[in-house]
Design a protein around this ligand. Structure first.
Ligand SMILES: Cc1ncc(COP(=O)(O)O)c(C=O)c1O
Length: 457
């Protein structure tokens, strides 16, 4: 399997200056032993026999034995520019040689350049950014700002959503990701999301009047003081299993949120930076103009960074006495994020995500014709989901069988993700640096994996 785009890696590391512990050759077994002894069990790996990655190029990762894998999951929907893109590596190297860190108590060029660039690519009216380190933190900060602005504690999130693992972000996330007893704080309310394959109202689209969207009015009227601080939703739920509501869902909920003076937050941690194809942000496909966008993952393409961009009037009163992050806006992360935005433009990723995403989706739909285990194919651009079921009539989730699919793929050199409340949805969220040959190879492997997983059905 050839690496797609970059035959030379620009960085020439001087091994002499790197800690020996990092550069010496480890076996996968040795690393697993260290992890077992010293890592908290909060860290868990995919696969019965976890992979040890040491290198990457384009959309391909290489393990410690030299075996190559086409990566259709980008870590977790993160390495949007692929691995070791020359401009990305050079930018990080250049910045590291000058200034890795000082705090935002001082001005730095990368932070200023980044927020200017964000305003250029953001939807109309969003101009003020605050940079933190992750998606959870971005959502926390946006919610705190909105509660201060509206003087209202009520936040409405969507069922099956995932917004992170810090305390508030966890509260905004759906039950499946709340794994030990915790009470929701008084202000958080949930409303249905548009999940047509498993409609909570038992309706069928079209012809359902998008009941799931209208239900928001009922939630607000019966569970708040008839006013909301914010509604937060992903344009396509990622961890929730690549669930994409009918497009009207967003227009309807936006109208209701505005009727009750709420702020619309679009969580674009997964859908941002061109992943959905053709546009920078997933919400731009719906016609809704959000008040705030939160972002992370592809934002730094692997370097930790998150943040929000907001309408200026909402951000005006959220000041340094309300917010601070030691690492937020650090020069190294910001420089990397500037490079990511530039690479997305130069490599035409928005267009590529549309075109190659459509090819990948069509191939998945063809596989659905051949494999009864495939219940539904959904999503758009480079954010696709394949829901696996044991039976197409009962739609019983194929929670066990998906593990077989993943194992077969791993063995044959393909990485995929999984999600959904029942962990039965294949998530295809590759680097946008992917070739059509890699798409072909990946689909051949998935075909074989489905055949294997179906054997016991
Ligand atoms: C939509 C969404 N929001 C927020 C988060 C949290 O991001 P992080 O893991 O960087 O805190 C995630 C992570 O998967 C996510 O998918």
């Amino acid at each position: 399997m050839a690496c797609a785009a970059y035959s030379e890696v620009v960085i020439a590391m001087n091994d002499e200056l790197v800690p020996k512990d990092l550069t010496r050759k480890y076996s996968q077994k040795e690393i697993l032993e260290i992890e077992k002894k010293y890592l908290a069990p909060a860290v868990g790996h995919y696969y019965e026999d976890p992979v040890l990655f040491v290198d990457g190029e384009g959309a391909v990762l290489k393990d410690s034995t030299g075996k190559e894998y086409i990566d259709l999951f980008a870590g977790i929907c993160t390495t949007i520019t692929g691995y070791n893109h020359p401009k990305y590596v050079s930018t990080i190297q250049w910045q590291a040689e000058r200034l890795v860190y000082t705090s935002s108590l001082y001005s730095t060029i990368p932070y200023a350049v980044l927020v200017k660039r964000l305003a250029e690519i953001a939807p109309k009216g969003l101009t003020r950014s605050f940079i933190v380190n992750s998606g959870s933190e971005a959502n926390e900060a946006a919610i705190a700002m909105v509660c201060k602005y509206t003087r209202n504690p009520y936040i409405i999130a969507c069922q099956r959503a995932y917004h992170g693992r810090t305390t508030l972000a966890r509260e905004l996330s759906s039950a499946g990701w709340r794994t030990f007893p915790e009470a929701h704080p008084p202000g958080v309310r949930f409303t249905p999301y548009g999940y047509c394959y498993r409609c909570p109202f038992g309706r069928e689209h079209p012809g359902c009047d998008i009941e799931c969207a209208h239900y928001l009015r009922e939630v607000i009227r019966t569970q708040t003081n008839k006013a909301v601080a914010a509604f937060i939703a992903e344009p396509i739920q990622g961890v929730g299993g690549i669930v994409q509501p009918p497009i009207e869902y967003f227009r309807i909920v936006h109208e209701i949120v505005k009727e009750y003076n709420g702020i619309y937050i679009s969580d674009e941690v997964q859908t941002g930076f061109g992943r959905t194809g053709g546009k920078w942000w997933g919400i731009q496909h719906t016609g809704v103009e959000p008040d705030i966008i939160t972002m992370a993952k592809g934002f730094g393409s692997g370097i930790p960074i998150g943040g929000f961009i907001s309408r200026p009037e909402i951000a005006a009163d959220y000041t340094v006495t309300d917010a601070f992050a030691t690492f937020g806006g650090n020069p190294l992360s910001c420089a990397a994020a500037v490079a990511v935005i530039e690479i997305i433009k130069e490599e035409n990723y928005l267009e590529k995500a549309t075109k190659l995403g459509a090819v990948l989706k069509k191939k998945m739909e063809d596989l659905k014709d051949d494999h009864k285990i495939v219940g539904e194919v959904r999503g758009q651009g480079m954010m696709l989901g394949v829901e696996l079921v044991r039976d197409r009539t009962t739609k019983e989730p194929a929670t066990q069988e998906i593990l077989t699919v993943m194992e077969v793929c791993r063995e044959k050199g393909l990485l995929i993700g999984k999600g959904g409340l029942d962990n039965n949805v294949i998530r295809l969220q590759p680097p946008l640096e992917l070739s059509s040959e890699q798409v072909d190879q990946a689909c051949t492997i998935l075909d074989e994996a489905f055949t294997e997983a179906e054997k016991d059905l």
